[in-house]
Design a protein around this ligand. Structure first.
Ligand code: D6G
Length: 790
C-alpha cells in the first residue's frame, strides 16, 4: 500500500480546487469563530466536533446566500423558461464538501481549519447524509440538480422532506437489521424553512357537479410547509433551489367538533396528518401500493403545482401584466419532468387546476398539460410498475379518478377510431386495467399525458465533479487541462497517453491512494485469487457488488419486507464467516460485507475498487448508475449486455470490458424453450458442489437448513435464470484474473475506460434533456459574483 499524502502534501498538490488566498483564509477563520460563538453558542473549551462541523457549515453557507438570492432575482427579471424536476427521491448525500468544491472554497477552508488545529475531513464526517432516496433513481435526481445549476438552467427540484430517510442498515449476527435514519436530529444547516409559502393540500371528500363546473368538497386539508435547500452550480455563481415539502396539520385539524376531551385527542391526532412526510418508503424497483404512499405522491404534486402556478402568475404572462393569466403560454414557460411514475398525479392535478379552478375548456387544458409534462421511465420490471386500485382513488382522490376516467375515455376513442374493432389493443392501452380489482396503470397515464417519454438506459448518466475524484482529476489535469470537468467528453484526450509509461504509473498510483481512502473500513488488501480456492466452485449472486481482487466487497440493502434479499445478505455474511476463517484460504481472500451502503460510503469505496460487477440478467436492468461511476473512477467492469453496460462497452471498446452471458435475444429464446435450472446443475460439477454445500449447511453448520429456501428458489423458480449465465461468468472471471496479474495492461484498459466516460456525464445528459425535451438552451455563462458581505 502506498503511503498516503500528508496534509502538507495534500495542500501542495497541483489542484484544480480554488486557490487559498491569505485574506480568504483569515476571513474564513473569523467567520468560523463568529458562528461558533453566536450560532452554536460555544467556546473552544466546550465545543464538540459536531459544533465545529456546524460552525464550518454555516461559514460556507454564507457564501451561498448572496448567490442564491441573486440567482432567484435574475430569474424573476429575465423570466426564462423554468424546469421543475418532481421526484419522490433526492439522494443528496452530504452538502458541505460539494458546496466547497462548487464554490472553489475547499483549499481555503482546509487551510483555515488546519490553522485552527482542526482536521477538515473529521469535521466533514460529522455531517449526516441526506438519504432521501433508495438508489439510482434518487441519486440521478441529485446529480441532475447539480448539472442543471452548472448549466445555468432555471431549475427546481421538488420533493418531500422525509423526517426519516433510507434506513440505517446494521448487520447483527449476519442478519440485516434496520434502524430509523433520524438525519434531522441535530438540525440541518443547509435548509431554510419557508412557512410563508405554506400550501393547503386536499384529500378525501366528494365531488359536486354544477352547471359552472365541478367542485371537490368536504375534503381534509393537510398543509405543505416548504424547506428550501440551495443547489450551487459548478463555479458559475448560479444557486438554484430544491424545495422539499413537509406535512403540517392545520391548527383546526380534527377540532371541528370541539369539546374538552376532543381537544387533547385532536392535538394528538395531528400526527396522522403529519405522517405524510414522516418516512421514505424503502422500496427500490418495487410497488407496495400503500395508501400513505399515494398520499405522499399527491401531496408533493399538489403543493408543487400550486407553487409552479403561483410563480407563473407573477411572470410576464401572469395576471400582473394582463388582465387574466394566459395559460396557453404555460408550456413556453414551464417544463415539468416526472421522475418515474411516482409524481404521475401531476397530470390529472394540472387538469383539475386548469379545468375546475381556472375554468379552461378540457381540450385546451389537455393540450397545455401534454405540452408541459414529460416522463422518464426507470424500469420494465412488472413488480415495480405502479398500478393503484381504483377503489383507493375513489376514496382518497375522488375528483382525480373522474379526471383519469375522462382522459381514458378520450384516449380510447382515438385508438378505437384508428384501429376499429381491435378490442385487444384497447384493453392493452387502457389506463384502467380491468379484471379482478380495477387498477390505474400510472405508466400509461404518464405516456398519454406527456409530450416526451424517455427511458434511462441511453441517456442515463452520472457526474464527475465531486472531490473523491480529485487525485484522478489532478493527473488528468496535467495531461489534458481542466476543461474536462465541465465537458467530460474531453477525457477522450487521455487515449493518446495510453502507452505513456509515466501516465500508466500515475493512474495505477491513484488507485493505490484510493485504497488508503477506504482504510477507515480497516480492510487488509491482499493478493488476487479466486474465492473458489477451497471449494473450487465460485458462486455468484446478482447484487451490486464489486471486487477489489481480492477481497470481495458485496454491498446490498434489502427492503425491510423483501425476505429473499435478506436471506441473500445472510448467505453472504455466512460465506464470509467460513471463507475469512479458513486456514487454507488464509489472507488470500476475504469477503467483507459493506454495511449501510449510502452516498458517502460509495464516494469512498467506488474510487478504491478495481472490478465492478454489473451482472444482471440481460433485459432486467434499465440502466444502472453505479456501473458508470465505477468506470469513471478507474474500475474495469465485468458484466452482461444489459442497461448502460451496453453503451459502456461501446464507449470503452469491447476489448476493454469483460462481457459475458446471454444477450436479451438469448434470454427470450431460453424463455421460449423453457429454463430448467437442474440442467445446469447436473452438467456443471462446480456449480453442483457449491449449491450442495449451501443446501447442506456448509456455510451454516449450526443451522444446516438455513439456506434451503435460497437453493429451492435458484433450482425451481428463479425468474432471473442465474445458472444459465454461470459457466460463461466463470470463464470471464478467469480472464479478469489473468489480466489483473499484468498491471500495465490492466491500467491501459482503465485509461480507455476513463477516456470513454464522456457520454455518461449528467451535464451532457441534462444538456440533451434541455434541448430535446424542455426546449431550453443551457448557458455556460456565469452570473456575476456577489459581494458576500453585503
Ligand atoms: C429560495 C431562495 C430565496 C427566494 C425563495 C423564493 O428560498 O432567495 O426568495 O426561494 O423563491 P420563489 O419561490 O419566489 O421563486
Amino acid at each position: 500500500m502506498s503511503k498516503p499524502l500528508s496534509d502538507h502534501d495534500r495542500r501542495k498538490q497541483i489542484s484544480v480546487r480554488g486557490l487559498a488566498g491569505v485574506e480568504n483564509i483569515s476571513q474564513l477563520k473569523l467567520d468560523f469563530n463568529r458562528h461558533l460563538h453566536f450560532t452554536l453558542v460555544k467556546d473552544r473549551n466546550v465545543a464538540t466536533r459536531r459544533d465545529y462541523y456546524f460552525a464550518l457549515a454555516n461559514t460556507v453557507r454564507e457564501h451561498l446566500i448572496g448567490r442564491w438570492i441573486r440567482t432567484q432575482q435574475h430569474y424573476y427579471e429575465k423570466d426564462p423558461k423554468r424546469v421543475y424536476y418532481i421526484s419522490l427521491e433526492f439522494y443528496m448525500g452530504r452538502a458541505l464538501q460539494n458546496t466547497m468544491v462548487n464554490l472553489a472554497l475547499e483549499n481555503a477552508c482546509d487551510e483555515a481549519m488546519y490553522q485552527l488545529g482542526l482536521d477538515m475531513e473529521e469535521l466533514e464526517d460529522m455531517e449526516e447524509d441526506a438519504g432521501l432516496g433508495n438508489g439510482g433513481l434518487g441519486r440521478l435526481a441529485a446529480c441532475f440538480l447539480d448539472s442543471m445549476a452548472s448549466l445555468g438552467l432555471a431549475a427546481y427540484g421538488y420533493g418531500i422532506r422525509y423526517e426519516f430517510g433510507i434506513f440505517n442498515q446494521k448487520i447483527i449476527n449476519g442478519w440485516q437489521v434496520e434502524e430509523a435514519d433520524d438525519w434531522l436530529r441535530y438540525g440541518n444547516p443547509w435548509e431554510k424553512a419557508r412557512p410563508e409559502y405554506m400550501r393547503p393540500v386536499n384529500f378525501y371528500g366528494r365531488t359536486e357537479h354544477h352547471p359552472d363546473g365541478v367542485k371537490w368538497v368536504d375534503t381534509q386539508v393537510v398543509l405543505a410547509l416548504p424547506y428550501d435547500t440551495p443547489i450551487p452550480g459548478y463555479r458559475n455563481n448560479v444557486v438554484n433551489t430544491m424545495r422539499l415539502w413537509s406535512a403540517k396539520a392545520p391548527c383546526d385539524f380534527n377540532l371541528k367538533d370541539f369539546n374538552v376531551g376532543g381537544y387533547i385527542q385532536a392535538v394528538l391526532d395531528r400526527n396522522l396528518a403529519e405522517n405524510i412526510s414522516r418516512v421514505l418508503y424503502p422500496n427500490d424497483n418495487f410497488f407496495e401500493g400503500k395508501e400513505l404512499r399515494l398520499k405522499q405522491e399527491y401531496f408533493v404534486v399538489s403543493a408543487t403545482l400550486q407553487d409552479i402556478i403561483r410563480r407563473f402568475k407573477v411572470s410576464k404572462f401572469g395576471s400582473r401584466e394582463i388582465a387574466r393569466t394566459d395559460f396557453s403560454k404555460l408550456p413556453d414557460k414551464v417544463a415539468i419532468q416526472l421522475n418515474d411514475t411516482h409524481p404521475a398525479m401531476a397530470i390529472p392535478e394540472l387538469m383539475r387546476v386548469l379545468v375546475d379552478e381556472e375554468k379552461l375548456e378540457w381540450e385546451k387544458a389537455w393540450d397545455i398539460c401534454v405540452r408541459t409534462c414529460a416522463y422518464t421511465n426507470h424500469t420494465v420490471l412488472p413488480e415495480a410498475l405502479e398500478r393503484w386500485p381504483v377503489d383507493l382513488f375513489a376514496y382518497l382522490l375522488p375528483r382525480h379518478l373522474e379526471i383519469i376516467y375522462e382522459i381514458n375515455r378520450r384516449h380510447l376513442e382515438v385508438i378505437a377510431a384508428k384501429y376499429p374493432g381491435d378490442h385487444d389493443r384497447l384493453c392493452r392501452m387502457s389506463l384502467i386495467e380491468e379484471g379482478g380489482q380495477k387498477k390505474i396503470n400510472m405508466a400509461h397515464l404518464c405516456i398519454v399525458g406527456s409530450h416526451a417519454v424517455n427511458g434511462v438506459a441511453q441517456i442515463h448518466s452520472d457526474i464527475l465533479k465531486a472531490t473523491v475524484y480529485v487525485p484522478t482529476i489532478n493527473i488528468c489535469h496535467i495531461r489534458i487541462g481542466e476543461d474536462f470537468i465541465r465537458d467530460l467528453d474531453q477525457l477522450k484526450g487521455l487515449c493518446k497517453y495510453v502507452n505513456d509509461e509515466a501516465f500508466i504509473r500515475d493512474v495505477a498510483k491513484v488507485k493505490q491512494v484510493k485504497y488508503y481512502l477506504i482504510s477507515t473500513l480497516q480492510l487488509q488488501l491482499c493478493v488476487t485469487s479466486n474465492w473458489a480456492l477451497k471449494t473450487n466452485a465460485p458462486l455468484q449472486f446478482r447484487f451490486n457488488s464489486f471486487n477489489a481482487l481480492s477481497p470481495t466487497f458485496p454491498f446490498m440493502q434489502a427492503a425491510p419486507g423483501y425476505h429473499t434479499a435478506k436471506m441473500i445478505i445472510r448467505l453472504i455474511t455466512a460465506i464470509g464467516e467460513v471463507v475469512n476463517n479458513d486456514p487454507v484460504v488464509g489472507d488470500r481472500l476475504k469477503v467483507i460485507f459493506l454495511e449501510n451502503y449510502r452516498v458517502t460510503l460509495a464516494e469512498r469505496v467506488i474510487p478504491a475498487s478495481d472490478l465492478s460487477e454489473q451482472i444482471s440478467t440481460a433485459g432486467t436492468e434499465a440502466s444502472g448508475t453505479g456501473n458508470m461511476k465505477f468506470m469513471l473512477n478507474g474500475a474495469l467492469t465485468i458484466g452482461t449486455m444489459d442497461g448502460a453496460n451496453v453503451e459502456m462497452a461501446e464507449e470503452a471498446g469491447m476489448d476493454n470490458i469483460f462481457i459475458f452471458g446471454m444477450r436479451v435475444e438469448d434470454v427470450d429464446a431460453l424463455d421460449k424453450k423453457g429454463y430448467h435450472a437442474e440442467e445446469y446443475y447436473n452438467r456443471l460439477p462446480e456449480l453442483k458442489q457449491a449449491i450442495d454445500q449451501i443446501a447442506g449447511g456448509f456455510f451454516s453448520p449450526k443451522q444446516p437448513d438455513l439456506f434451503k429456501e435460497i437453493v429451492n428458489m435458484l433450482m425451481h423458480h428463479d425468474r432471473f435464470k442465474v445458472f444459465a449465465d454461470y459457466e460463461d461468468y466463470i470463464k470471464c472471471q478467469e480472464k479478469v484474473n489473468a489480466l489483473y496479474k499484468n498491471p500495465k495492461e490492466w491500467t491501459k484498459k482503465v485509461i480507455y475506460n476513463i477516456a470513454g466516460c464522456g457520454k455518461f456525464s449528467s451535464d451532457r445528459t441534462i444538456a440533451q434533456y434541455a434541448r430535446e425535451i424542455w426546449g431550453m438552451e443551457p448557458t455556460l455563462e456565469k452570473l456575476p459574483a456577489p459581494d458576500d458581505k453585503q
